[in-house]
Design a protein around this ligand. Sequence first.
Ligand code: SAH
Length: 218
Amino acid sequence: MRKFEDSYRHKGMRKKLVDIVREKGIGDEKILDAINRIPRHFFLDSAFDEIAYEDKAFPIDADQTISQPYTVAYQTELLEVKPFMRVLEIGTGSAYQASVLAELGAQVFTIERQKKLFDQNKTFDYLRKYPNIKFFYGDGFEGLPTYGPFDRVIITAAAPIVPPKLVEQMKAGGMMVIPVDSGDLQVMKRITKLEGGELRTEVFDRFSFVPMLQGKIE
Ligand code: SAH
Protein backbone atom coordinates (compact mmCIF):
# COMPACT_ATOMS: atom_id res chain seq x y z
CA MET A 1 0.00 0.00 0.00
CA ARG A 2 1.09 3.52 -0.68
CA LYS A 3 0.00 6.70 1.07
CA PHE A 4 -0.48 9.99 -0.74
CA GLU A 5 -0.47 12.62 1.94
CA ASP A 6 2.33 15.18 1.90
CA SER A 7 2.57 16.45 5.47
CA TYR A 8 4.74 19.21 6.97
CA ARG A 9 6.86 16.45 8.45
CA HIS A 10 7.49 14.97 5.02
CA LYS A 11 8.31 18.43 3.66
CA GLY A 12 10.74 18.97 6.54
CA MET A 13 12.48 15.66 5.91
CA ARG A 14 12.67 16.52 2.22
CA LYS A 15 14.43 19.83 2.93
CA LYS A 16 17.04 17.94 4.95
CA LEU A 17 17.51 15.50 2.08
CA VAL A 18 18.12 18.44 -0.26
CA ASP A 19 20.79 19.77 2.13
CA ILE A 20 22.49 16.37 2.19
CA VAL A 21 22.50 16.09 -1.61
CA ARG A 22 23.88 19.65 -1.86
CA GLU A 23 26.62 18.85 0.67
CA LYS A 24 27.61 15.81 -1.37
CA GLY A 25 28.43 18.18 -4.24
CA ILE A 26 25.33 18.79 -6.35
CA GLY A 27 25.32 22.52 -7.16
CA ASP A 28 22.49 22.86 -9.67
CA GLU A 29 19.69 24.62 -7.76
CA LYS A 30 17.08 23.63 -10.36
CA ILE A 31 17.75 19.97 -9.65
CA LEU A 32 17.75 20.55 -5.88
CA ASP A 33 14.42 22.39 -6.25
CA ALA A 34 12.96 19.45 -8.17
CA ILE A 35 13.96 17.07 -5.36
CA ASN A 36 12.40 19.50 -2.90
CA ARG A 37 9.12 19.50 -4.81
CA ILE A 38 8.72 15.76 -5.47
CA PRO A 39 7.14 13.74 -2.62
CA ARG A 40 9.47 10.74 -2.82
CA HIS A 41 7.44 8.82 -0.24
CA PHE A 42 4.59 8.61 -2.81
CA PHE A 43 6.88 6.40 -4.91
CA LEU A 44 7.42 3.87 -2.12
CA ASP A 45 5.34 1.48 -0.04
CA SER A 46 4.08 3.14 3.14
CA ALA A 47 6.38 0.80 5.12
CA PHE A 48 9.15 3.19 4.01
CA ASP A 49 7.32 6.33 5.10
CA GLU A 50 9.78 7.15 7.91
CA ILE A 51 12.90 6.56 5.83
CA ALA A 52 11.79 7.66 2.34
CA TYR A 53 13.92 10.81 2.67
CA GLU A 54 17.15 9.06 3.59
CA ASP A 55 19.67 9.38 0.80
CA LYS A 56 19.43 5.69 -0.05
CA ALA A 57 18.10 3.35 -2.73
CA PHE A 58 15.07 1.31 -1.61
CA PRO A 59 13.32 -1.78 -2.97
CA ILE A 60 10.26 -1.38 -5.20
CA ASP A 61 8.22 -4.17 -6.86
CA ALA A 62 9.64 -6.76 -9.26
CA ASP A 63 12.93 -6.88 -7.26
CA GLN A 64 13.96 -3.48 -8.57
CA THR A 65 14.99 -0.28 -6.77
CA ILE A 66 14.24 3.41 -6.63
CA SER A 67 17.64 5.06 -7.14
CA GLN A 68 19.40 6.98 -4.37
CA PRO A 69 18.51 10.71 -4.59
CA TYR A 70 22.21 11.65 -4.82
CA THR A 71 22.61 9.30 -7.79
CA VAL A 72 19.50 10.74 -9.48
CA ALA A 73 20.84 14.27 -8.96
CA TYR A 74 24.34 13.27 -10.15
CA GLN A 75 23.10 11.72 -13.40
CA THR A 76 20.71 14.61 -13.99
CA GLU A 77 23.47 17.18 -13.45
CA LEU A 78 25.75 15.42 -15.96
CA LEU A 79 22.88 15.32 -18.46
CA GLU A 80 22.65 19.15 -18.65
CA VAL A 81 18.90 19.10 -19.34
CA LYS A 82 17.18 22.21 -20.64
CA PRO A 83 13.44 22.84 -21.02
CA PHE A 84 11.78 21.17 -24.03
CA MET A 85 14.68 18.81 -24.70
CA ARG A 86 13.65 15.33 -25.80
CA VAL A 87 15.05 12.97 -23.18
CA LEU A 88 15.03 9.17 -23.45
CA GLU A 89 15.26 7.31 -20.14
CA ILE A 90 15.97 3.57 -19.95
CA GLY A 91 14.63 1.96 -16.74
CA THR A 92 11.50 3.81 -15.56
CA GLY A 93 11.30 1.82 -12.31
CA SER A 94 9.45 3.96 -9.77
CA ALA A 95 9.33 6.94 -12.21
CA TYR A 96 11.15 9.12 -9.68
CA GLN A 97 14.01 9.99 -12.05
CA ALA A 98 11.48 10.63 -14.83
CA SER A 99 9.66 13.05 -12.51
CA VAL A 100 12.87 14.97 -11.81
CA LEU A 101 13.46 15.32 -15.57
CA ALA A 102 9.83 16.40 -16.05
CA GLU A 103 10.19 19.05 -13.31
CA LEU A 104 13.11 20.47 -15.33
CA GLY A 105 10.76 20.91 -18.30
CA ALA A 106 12.07 18.07 -20.47
CA GLN A 107 9.92 15.99 -22.84
CA VAL A 108 10.55 12.61 -21.25
CA PHE A 109 10.25 9.24 -23.02
CA THR A 110 10.85 6.45 -20.52
CA ILE A 111 11.05 2.68 -21.12
CA GLU A 112 10.57 -0.13 -18.58
CA ARG A 113 10.99 -3.87 -19.29
CA GLN A 114 8.98 -5.08 -16.26
CA LYS A 115 5.26 -5.11 -17.11
CA LYS A 116 4.35 -4.92 -13.44
CA LEU A 117 6.19 -1.63 -12.94
CA PHE A 118 4.91 -0.21 -16.21
CA ASP A 119 1.31 -1.05 -15.20
CA GLN A 120 1.75 0.42 -11.73
CA ASN A 121 2.80 3.75 -13.17
CA LYS A 122 -0.37 3.84 -15.30
CA THR A 123 -2.47 4.03 -12.13
CA PHE A 124 -0.09 6.23 -10.11
CA ASP A 125 -2.16 9.42 -9.94
CA TYR A 126 0.67 11.74 -8.92
CA LEU A 127 2.23 11.23 -12.39
CA ARG A 128 -0.74 12.93 -14.05
CA LYS A 129 1.02 16.10 -12.95
CA TYR A 130 3.52 15.44 -15.74
CA PRO A 131 1.87 15.31 -19.17
CA ASN A 132 5.43 15.73 -20.46
CA ILE A 133 6.32 12.10 -19.55
CA LYS A 134 5.46 9.31 -22.00
CA PHE A 135 5.70 5.75 -20.66
CA PHE A 136 6.68 2.73 -22.76
CA TYR A 137 6.82 -1.01 -22.02
CA GLY A 138 9.73 -2.53 -23.91
CA ASP A 139 13.42 -3.34 -24.12
CA GLY A 140 15.61 -0.32 -23.57
CA PHE A 141 18.40 -1.81 -25.69
CA GLU A 142 16.15 -1.07 -28.67
CA GLY A 143 15.37 2.52 -27.67
CA LEU A 144 12.45 4.25 -29.41
CA PRO A 145 13.49 4.68 -33.05
CA THR A 146 10.17 6.25 -34.09
CA TYR A 147 10.34 8.92 -31.35
CA GLY A 148 14.00 9.84 -31.81
CA PRO A 149 16.41 11.37 -32.29
CA PHE A 150 16.87 12.55 -28.71
CA ASP A 151 18.79 15.47 -27.24
CA ARG A 152 19.61 13.39 -24.17
CA VAL A 153 19.68 9.71 -23.21
CA ILE A 154 19.91 8.52 -19.61
CA ILE A 155 20.32 4.88 -18.58
CA THR A 156 19.38 4.12 -14.96
CA ALA A 157 20.46 0.45 -14.88
CA ALA A 158 23.95 -1.09 -15.05
CA ALA A 159 24.72 -1.39 -18.76
CA PRO A 160 27.01 -4.24 -19.91
CA ILE A 161 27.95 -2.14 -22.96
CA VAL A 162 27.00 1.19 -24.51
CA PRO A 163 23.96 0.06 -26.56
CA PRO A 164 24.65 0.93 -30.23
CA LYS A 165 20.97 1.57 -31.05
CA LEU A 166 20.80 4.20 -28.32
CA VAL A 167 23.88 5.92 -29.74
CA GLU A 168 22.18 5.94 -33.15
CA GLN A 169 19.13 7.63 -31.62
CA MET A 170 21.16 10.56 -30.23
CA LYS A 171 21.06 13.91 -32.03
CA ALA A 172 24.33 15.45 -33.17
CA GLY A 173 25.42 17.54 -30.19
CA GLY A 174 23.43 15.22 -27.91
CA MET A 175 24.60 13.52 -24.73
CA MET A 176 24.13 10.16 -23.03
CA VAL A 177 24.75 9.48 -19.32
CA ILE A 178 25.28 5.78 -18.68
CA PRO A 179 26.66 3.63 -15.84
CA VAL A 180 28.78 0.98 -17.58
CA ASP A 181 29.76 -2.25 -15.84
CA SER A 182 33.32 -2.58 -14.68
CA GLY A 183 33.63 -5.45 -12.19
CA ASP A 184 31.42 -5.06 -9.09
CA LEU A 185 30.53 -1.43 -9.73
CA GLN A 186 29.67 0.73 -12.69
CA VAL A 187 31.58 3.68 -14.02
CA MET A 188 29.43 6.70 -14.87
CA LYS A 189 30.19 7.82 -18.41
CA ARG A 190 29.00 10.79 -20.39
CA ILE A 191 29.10 10.31 -24.12
CA THR A 192 28.72 13.32 -26.39
CA LYS A 193 27.93 12.89 -30.06
CA LEU A 194 29.88 15.62 -31.84
CA GLU A 195 28.51 17.45 -34.86
CA GLY A 196 30.46 15.17 -37.21
CA GLY A 197 29.03 12.08 -35.51
CA GLU A 198 32.19 11.06 -33.61
CA LEU A 199 31.82 10.27 -29.90
CA ARG A 200 33.62 11.85 -26.99
CA THR A 201 33.58 9.91 -23.70
CA GLU A 202 34.12 11.40 -20.25
CA VAL A 203 34.48 9.20 -17.17
CA PHE A 204 33.12 10.06 -13.71
CA ASP A 205 32.51 8.32 -10.36
CA ARG A 206 31.53 4.73 -9.58
CA PHE A 207 28.00 3.68 -8.63
CA SER A 208 25.98 0.52 -8.07
CA PHE A 209 22.81 -0.10 -10.12
CA VAL A 210 20.53 -3.09 -10.77
CA PRO A 211 21.44 -4.72 -14.11
CA MET A 212 20.21 -3.62 -17.53
CA LEU A 213 18.83 -6.86 -19.01
CA GLN A 214 17.80 -7.90 -22.52
CA GLY A 215 14.15 -8.32 -23.50
CA LYS A 216 10.96 -7.50 -21.67
CA ILE A 217 9.24 -9.41 -18.86
CA GLU A 218 5.51 -10.11 -18.59
N1 SAH B 1 14.94 5.31 -12.83
C1 SAH B 1 14.45 4.43 -11.81
C2 SAH B 1 15.51 3.43 -11.41
C3 SAH B 1 14.95 2.05 -11.42
S1 SAH B 1 16.09 0.72 -11.29
C4 SAH B 1 13.90 5.20 -10.63
O1 SAH B 1 14.00 6.42 -10.61
O2 SAH B 1 13.30 4.58 -9.75
C5 SAH B 1 16.34 0.30 -12.99
C6 SAH B 1 15.14 -0.13 -13.78
O3 SAH B 1 15.62 -0.48 -15.09
C7 SAH B 1 14.40 -1.36 -13.27
O4 SAH B 1 13.05 -1.05 -13.07
C8 SAH B 1 14.59 -2.40 -14.38
O5 SAH B 1 13.48 -3.26 -14.56
C9 SAH B 1 14.81 -1.51 -15.59
N2 SAH B 1 15.51 -2.13 -16.72
C10 SAH B 1 16.56 -2.98 -16.71
N3 SAH B 1 16.91 -3.33 -17.95
C11 SAH B 1 16.06 -2.69 -18.81
C12 SAH B 1 15.88 -2.66 -20.22
N4 SAH B 1 16.65 -3.38 -21.06
N5 SAH B 1 14.91 -1.89 -20.72
C13 SAH B 1 14.09 -1.16 -19.91
N6 SAH B 1 14.19 -1.15 -18.57
C14 SAH B 1 15.16 -1.91 -18.01
